[in-house]
Design a protein. Sequence first.
Length: 284
Amino acid sequence: MSTSARTIVITGASSGIGEVAAESLAAQGERVAVVGRNPERTRAVAERVGGKAFVADFERLDDVRRVAGELLDRLDRIDVLCNNAGGLYHAHELTVDGHERTIQTNHLAPFLLTHLLRDRLVDTAKLGGASAPRIIGTASMANLFGALRLDDLDWQARRWRGGWQAYGTSKIAAILFAAELAERLTGTGVSAYSFHPGTIVTRFGAESSLIRFGQAVTGGHYGRTAADGAGPLIALASEAVVPAASGTYFDRYRPYGRTNRRARDPQLGRDLWDMSALLVGVSA
């Protein structure tokens, strides 16, 4: 392996687009830290790509804190952090931390992980390398039908509707987080982006009746393959210069994708940051 290889952390890398991205980036000579919830699959992927396995369940914030410590102990630099782990849940349930599962898995957990790894990314930028460090968040065009309310992040005051609107809301949060993160990282040499991978056929959303219906009526050909969906993540994580300003949301490969108006509200992004910091117990 090249001594100039970068270190890339990918969450949700035990399956789906995260697994494909781990395989592709490792094949390019990068060092990959494979973060996943399932111990067997996570270790199998890490072994296959010659990377390091880190197991964490994002429905437990203590797991996020633990895995952040393990990453810092074992990785002397982090060139790219891919916040790719996420979920879509048919039933409304709270985590052990008291938060609705979707907003915790898709936003609060990556917010906390990024906070805990931020200094290592900034220090990596100071060391220099093949490309400047980046933080990449997996968002979705589902942000278009989200409804972000800071007074009801846990979806206690609204109808659940099978989890889809909560999922879209979490993706508004992902877009706002990347944009606000970009602002706060100004001058550090670290950039941030979010992207929509496309509608992907993976284990993701297996509980959703809508996805099951789509699979049934299309004979199992609903959506893109994981290999196709991983393309934008691989591109953003590669050494190539990103053709857009830090904070940009990509609709697959196209910068400045269409977003919910709430995802374009800088003040909401700042307020969400403060609320998220409060909920996960860190300084804003």
